[in-house]
Design a protein around this ligand. Structure first.
Ligand code: F6P
Length: 583
């Protein structure tokens, strides 16, 4: 029996009733799984035509399993007990969730901060194997990380060609370079985009080498593939897509709440999939990852997704617009009675009765999702692609990401040139304000935070905190997202830089122009050279932050740049100012 369950309340249930019949009528599910590239309109057809192979991965990825198992045994035989994954966005987010959920260790290196890279390359090197994953083969963070590891292995007298495994598209720049250098290379399916690549070699190789049961992951995905391809009102992908992107007016803040799911860190993976797929042409769905005890997201544009443990959650049973898989197929619950969609469609052609708004408690729109990780990876990929059709956008391109990379390259070329002068310095924090004259005559850090928050659109806005720091050692900073939410009553996202540039970065620049941005950077304890390159890791991450801030400001977004000249003291000041805005 498959274990995929979607229930919905309020506006989300109403959206399901309103949109799913048409999606069934248009045969969207079966066309998607037949890789029909016309589903998103003419402008998207070319890109979609080379980005749909993921629908077949539960089967087409099977040949990888033997190769991964053999490689894992070979490495263990050589004393390898530590797997490091160098990769950004879709090249590392899935393995992080797969391994956390499987309870196996893996080190994810998705940072260009010198202190973070140094820690990764100088720990247990003799027991370490490194997977270098990059679909394009041209991501500068990943290339720099590889260079650092290659140098470290050489310095330690370890044969790097025995310890570096490369995953990349056939024919990418990295493919050729790695084979020439003698590294093992595993090619991935080129017709799958990064954020849809969880069930390709990008998700499976590092996870399998770390000890996760990737065969079971494919089994769980395969168990629901036919259900997700069915033109049927009980299809969970159709329901989730409608609930995500079909509310009227659109509730475009999708709050992902860990409400007991066994899929650890799932929100961080879904965040890139949803934000980078939908955040363009001035529209999109903003994932707001609310880990832990979620505060009440009761603002009118919130759509709350409760990720519950597989096996269901009795809070919402018997509620309209829900679909639950049972042994005998799919039942949709209407008026508390399990009914097959066919019988419902016959009897109730219009929207099924929606639970009255006043009965919804705090949130006007709630979606509850349960399912194994393998099943949910395929579910959310299908739902996001279908949501793109409902939003009228191409879910397979990321047009605005390149602009930030280009700006970063430009700043690297000027590397060493002094950054623009700060507006002022408060203790150990340099303060810069971009994207308008909103700072006014504020000359304290708390005052600057208040000035930025005064730009926040109270009906549709969000705050994005972007910390180019060490997500292990500075992890506590993430709590400011909750504190800023409590203060503003508006959604707050928190991203570690440059990691978020490959996740929500597209949305920040291409999505609705209603974000206000707080960027935190720091001088490294000690810089680190990038072997063979004319810049250091410290110069690179500073250029990434500067480039992103520049592009955001060019898009008219207000950006508050906070640079710590002394890590400890500066971080304390920033924590205090963000925890008590206007204090
Ligand atoms: O796997 P690559 O090509 O290194 O790209 C990493 C990530 O960067 C992006 O291309 C842009 O953010 C993502 O779509 C992708 O997952």
């Amino acid at each position: 029996m498959s274990s995929l369950e979607i229930t919905a309340r309020g506006a989300a249930a109403d959206a399901i009733s309103r949109h799913v019949p048409q999606l069934v009528k248009d045969q969207v599910a079966s066309k998607l799984f037949a890789q029909d590239a016309t589903l998103w309109g003419d402008a998207a057809e070319d890109e979609a035509g080379k980005r749909l192979s993921w629908v077949g991965l539960p089967r087409s990825s099977r040949p990888l399993l033997g190769e991964i198992a053999a490689l894992r045994e070979e490495l263990r035989g050589e004393g390898v007990s530590r797997i490091v994954l160098c990769g950004m966005g879709g090249s590392s987010l899935a393995p992080e969730v797969i391994c956390a959920t499987a309870g196996v260790d893996i080190v994810i290196l998705d940072s260009s901060a010198p202190d973070v890279v140094r820690r990764a390359v100088s720990t247990d090197l003799r027991k370490t194997a490194v997977v270098v994953s990059s679909k394009s083969g041209s991501t500068v963070e990943t290339d720099s990380q590889r260079r650092a590891f290659e140098q470290a292995f050489t310095d330690a007298g370890v044969d790097a060609t025995r310890r570096i495994i490369v995953v990349t598209d056939p024919g990418s720049p990295l493919d050729g370079e790695a084979r020439t250098a003698g590294f093992r290379v595993i090619n991935a399916d080129p017709d799958v985009g990064g954020r849809y690549s969880a069930l390709t070699a990008f998700g499976l190789v590092p996870s399998g080498l770390a000890g996760a049961d990737v065969g079971a992951l494919l089994d769980d995905a395969e168990a629901v593939a036919d259900l997700l391809a069915a033109d049927d009102e009980g299809n969970p992908a159709l329901r989730l897509a409608a609930a995500m992107a079909g509310t009227e007016p659109l509730r475009d803040k999708l709050v992902l709440v860990d409400a007991g799911t066994e899929n650890i860190g799932f929100g961080a993976w879904a965040e890139q999939l949803i934000a980078e797929s939908t955040g363009k042409d001035g529209t999109g769905i903003l994932p707001v990852v609310a880990d832990g005890e979620a505060p009440q997201h009761t603002y009118a544009d919130a759509n709350v997704v409760r990720l519950v443990a597989t096996g269901g959650d009795d809070d919402d049973e018997g509620v309209d617009g829900s679909s639950a898989l049972t042994d005998d197929g799919v039942a949709t619950v209407v008026d508390g009675r399990p009914r097959h969609p066919d019988s419902i469609a016959a009897e109730t052609p219009g929207p099924a009765d929606v639970v009255p708004e006043e009965d919804l408690g705090d949130s006007g729109s709630v979606i509850t999702v349960a399912g194994t990780l393998g099943a949910q990876l395929l579910l959310w990929e299908a739902a996001t692609a279908i949501a793109g059709r409902l939003l009228g956008i191409n879910p397979f391109d990321q047009p605005d990401v390149e602009s930030a990379k280009e700006a970063a390259r430009g700043l690297l070329d000027q590397a060493g040139s002094a950054q623009e002068e700060p507006a002022f310095v408060d203790g150990s924090v340099e303060v810069r304000a971009l994207g308008g004259s909103w700072l006014g005559d504020e000359r304290t850090l708390p005052g600057a935070v208040s000035a930025l928050l005064s730009q926040l659109d109270e009906k549709a806005g969000y705050v994005a905190v972007m910390a180019y720091l060490d997500r292990e050692q500075d992890a506590d900073l993430e709590q400011v997202a909750r504190e800023l939410f409590d203060h503003t009553g508006r959604p707050v996202t928190f991203g570690w830089g440059p990691r978020f540039l490959h996740s929500t970065g597209q949305y920040h620049k291409g999505g609705p122009a209603n974000g206000v941005f707080i960027q935190v950077t720091a001088a490294p304890e000690e810089d680190l050279a990038v072997p063979g390159r004319e810049f250091t890791f410290g110069e690179f991450i500073a250029a990434q932050a500067g480039g992103d801030a520049q592009v955001l400001a060019e898009h008219g977004r207000p950006v508050l740049r906070l640079h710590l000249t002394s890590h400890g003291r500066g971080l304390g000041q920033v924590r205090s100012a963000l925890s008590n805005p206007g204090a």
